[in-house]
Design a protein around this ligand. Structure first.
Ligand code: 13P
Ligand code: SF4
Length: 366
């Protein structure tokens, strides 16, 4: 029988060096019973303990492939939910700090999406035959379940245009949530005119749109965004190009349309890392994504004479992912090493089954 977990309190006072020592000791005790999946935005002092890293797509695949008893997810809540959904029933997904959410994911919820669906029914008749719901993986499990139930699908930043192809092959319109920017950029990449994509404001009746606008639109883009990527501006790119006329700009598609349009390359975190690492020595890069990734990348390629600069003059980190620190990791792993499970992320079975449908559709397509 599991004894009660050691509380986090004493760990909050640990000096970093001691936390690292205790992480290493607990990992040694756990051996391959625990695997640490770490997102690219994770802070350096947690990243150093990684087993596997990736963008959201790669991490979801890895979660489905590992055999470890405990999947310790150093990322944000929706990522640990995906790990729980795609892993085997006997595996346990854990998020070292439950406060590590995603502010973008919180911009859509089931009540609002269901209201939107009812309003679409009033305007379009049966939405299930006209509109494919597509949720960005940055969303709660019940929204993935909604997509599973309504013939929809999940996408990530690395497969969004392919997923839109899949969705348009089935129905004439797409409801895309919660990130309007990823939706708009991906729609644009597929050749959909900007005028055919309208923003659905979930706080207004009918998304703030007229019935005519809803009928004419091909994509309904949920009014959501990432607070980190909204900091990047076309002016930052213009200033960089002035300073380095031969410089190259690469951005994450959660950035605003104007930023993506002014960039030379746009893609997921994994794509950004690979593109810059594979580039010729001496190249200069302006990178529009989270600061921890950019700082690490700059270090890694410095010896090849590559310059990597963060796009914004302001510090913009994913403050929620940042919540996972060595202290929380030490607390989690010590408990696990003693057979006590803390911060388990467990999606209710009926929800997980439907969410798995929409995730598996995505994995098949990509
Ligand atoms: P990636 O899938 O590109 O890693 O993006 C995840 C994310 O949350 C970016 O903000
Ligand atoms: Fe969410 Fe933005 Fe953080 Fe990505 S960077 S996890 S979208 S808040």
């Amino acid at each position: 029988m599991q004894t009660s977990p050691i509380s986090f309190d004493p760990f909050s006072h640990l000096k970093d060096a001691e936390a690292h020592e205790r992480i290493r000791a607990a990992r040694q005790k756990l051996g391959d019973r625990a695997v640490l999946l770490v997102h690219h935005y994770q802070r350096a002092d947690v990243y150093q303990h990684r087993d596997l890293t990736g963008d959201s797509l790669k991490l979801s695949r890895l979660a489905g492939q590992t055999d470890a008893e405990y999947i310790v997810f150093c990322g944000v809540h929706f990522m640990a939910e995906v790990a729980d959904i795609l892993s085997k029933p006997e595996q346990i997904a854990i998020l070292p700090d439950l406060a590590a959410g995603c502010s973008m994911a919180d911009m859509a919820n089931l009540a609002k999406v269901e209201r939107c669906w009812r309003e679409l029914r009033e305007v379009l008749g049966t939405p299930d035959s006209v509109v494919t719901p597509v949720t960005y993986i940055n969303s709660a499990a019940d929204l993935k379940a909604f997509c599973g139930e309504h013939g929809g699908i999940v996408c990530t930043s690395s497969n969004a245009p392919k997923i839109l192809d899949w969705a348009f092959a089935r129905r004439e319109k797409i409801l895309f949530f919660p990130d309007q920017h990823l939706g708009r950029w991906s729609g644009h990449k597929m050749g959909i005119p900007l005028d055919d994509m309208v923003v659905w404001d979930p706080d207004l009746p009918y998304g703030g749109l007229t019935h005519e606008q809803i009928r004419r639109a091909r994509m309904l883009l949920w009014k959501g965004h990432c607070s980190v990527h909204q900091m990047f501006q076309p002016a930052h790119i213009a200033a960089w190009r002035k300073q380095y006329p031969d410089g190259i700009v690469i951005s994450h598609p959660e950035s605003a349309f104007e930023v993506c349009a002014a960039s030379d390359y746009v893609g997921s975190t994994e794509y950004i890392l690979k593109t810059v690492k594979d580039a010729a020595p001496g190249t200069k890069w302006l990178v529009g994504t989270e600061l921890n990734l950019v700082s690490r990348l700059a270090e890694e390629v410095r010896d090849e004479g590559k310059l990597v600069q963060f796009m914004s003059p302001m510090v913009c980190m994913c403050s929620t992912m940042q919540r996972i620190d060595p202290q929380h990791l030490a607390w989690t792993l010590e408990n696990l090493a003693e057979g006590r499970v803390v911060n388990r992320i467990s999606v209710p079975a009926h929800e997980a089954d439907l969410a798995r449908l929409s995730l598996e559709r995505m994995l098949e397509v990509s």
